[in-house]
Design a protein around this ligand. Structure first.
Ligand SMILES: [Zn+2]
Length: 276
C-alpha cells in the first residue's frame, strides 16, 4: 500500500514539475511575442497612416537620477550640506502643464537655474513635448504618481500609481529616477511604503512657497520662501494641478531674492551628493 502511494506521489511530483515547466515556456513565448509586436508597431502605424509615435529627444545616454545609498528607501525634508554651504534645491510639482511649465522653463533658463520637477504621469502623457523640453534643458526629474491621489490605497494600486508613471517618464525621455514625492506629502496611504520598498528616496520639503493658495498674492509666495530658507533647504513650488500663473509671477522674485542672499541653485541629486 505504502509502495503504491509512494509511486503515486512520484507521478504527481513529475506531473507538477512538467506543468510548471510548460507554464514558464508559455510565458517566455508570450514575452517574445509582445517584444516583437512592440518593435513592429511603428511600421504598422506607418502603413495605416496613424499618428507617429513620440520621438525621444537625442540625449545620449538619457540621464538617470539616482540617489546616494544612504538616501535609498529613506524619507527626508532637507539636507545638511558640507560647511553649511548656501545651496538650495527648487522643486516644482504636479506638471507638466501649459502654459505654466514652458513659462517656468523660460524663467529658469534666463537665470541659468536648474530645478527638479516632480511630474504626474497622466500630465506627462498629455504633454510629452513639454516634458521632453524639461529634460533636454538639464532639470532633474522625480516621480509624483499617475493620478495624484491622496487616499489610502492597496499595495497593488500604489505600485501601479508609481510604476505606470516611471514607465511614461522612461518611454517619453529615456529618464530613470529614484526620486519620489508623495502627493500632498501624505506618508501613510501606501505610496511612500511602496516607494521605500523599491529603494527610492521619498523627498519631502522644508520650505513651502504655499503657491497653491488661490487667494494669496505672488509676493506672499516670494516672502514665504525668503523667510524660511536655510542652507540645504528643499523648496516647494507648483507648475500644475490648477491655475499656476501666480507661481510663474513669483518665480523671478524667488530666484533673485535667493541669489541676493548668496544662495546657489542645485538639483536634488546634486544636493544629496553634498550632504555630509
Ligand atoms: Zn503634488
Amino acid at each position: 500500500m505504502d509502495k503504491y502511494l509512494g509511486k503515486q506521489r512520484r507521478i504527481l511530483k513529475v506531473l507538477a514539475i512538467a506543468s510548471i515547466g510548460f507554464a514558464l515556456g508559455m510565458l517566455l513565448h508570450l514575452k517574445v511575442q509582445t517584444d516583437e509586436s512592440n518593435q513592429a508597431a511603428p511600421e504598422k502605424q506607418a502603413l495605416t497612416g496613424a499618428k507617429a509615435p513620440i520621438q525621444q529627444p537625442a540625449i545620449t545616454p538619457p540621464p538617470a537620477f539616482t540617489v546616494p545609498a544612504k538616501f535609498a528607501g529613506k524619507t527626508f525634508y532637507d539636507v545638511k550640506p558640507d560647511d553649511r554651504e548656501k545651496v538650495v534645491a527648487l522643486t516644482i510639482d504636479d506638471g507638466p502643464q501649459a502654459p505654466e511649465t514652458p513659462q517656468i522653463l523660460d524663467i529658469l533658463q534666463s537665470h541659468t537655474v536648474k530645478a527638479t520637477f516632480f511630474v504626474v504621469g497622466k500630465a506627462v502623457e498629455a504633454n510629452p513635448e513639454i516634458f521632453q523640453r524639461t529634460v533636454a534643458e538639464g532639470h532633474a526629474i522625480g516621480n509624483h504618481t499617475w493620478h495624484h491621489w491622496y487616499r489610502r490605497m492597496s499595495r497593488a494600486t500604489a505600485r501601479s500609481e508609481i510604476e505606470r508613471t516611471a514607465e511614461i517618464i522612461q518611454k517619453t525621455t529615456g529618464v530613470k529616477t529614484s526620486l519620489f514625492r508623495p502627493p500632498g506629502g501624505f506618508l501613510n496611504n501606501g505610496l511612500a511604503a511602496y516607494a521605500k520598498s523599491q529603494k527610492q528616496a521619498v523627498v519631502m520639503w522644508s520650505v513651502s512657497s504655499a503657491d497653491t493658495d488661490p487667494r494669496a498674492k505672488p509676493e506672499a509666495f516670494v516672502n514665504n520662501v525668503l523667510k524660511g530658507v536655510k542652507p540645504g533647504s528643499i523648496i516647494l513650488m507648483h507648475d500644475g494641478g490648477g491655475d499656476r500663473s501666480g507661481s510663474v509671477k513669483a518665480l523671478p522674485g524667488i530666484i533673485s531674492g535667493l541669489k541676493q542672499k548668496g544662495y546657489r541653485f542645485v538639483t536634488l541629486p546634486e544636493l544629496l551628493e553634498m550632504s555630509k
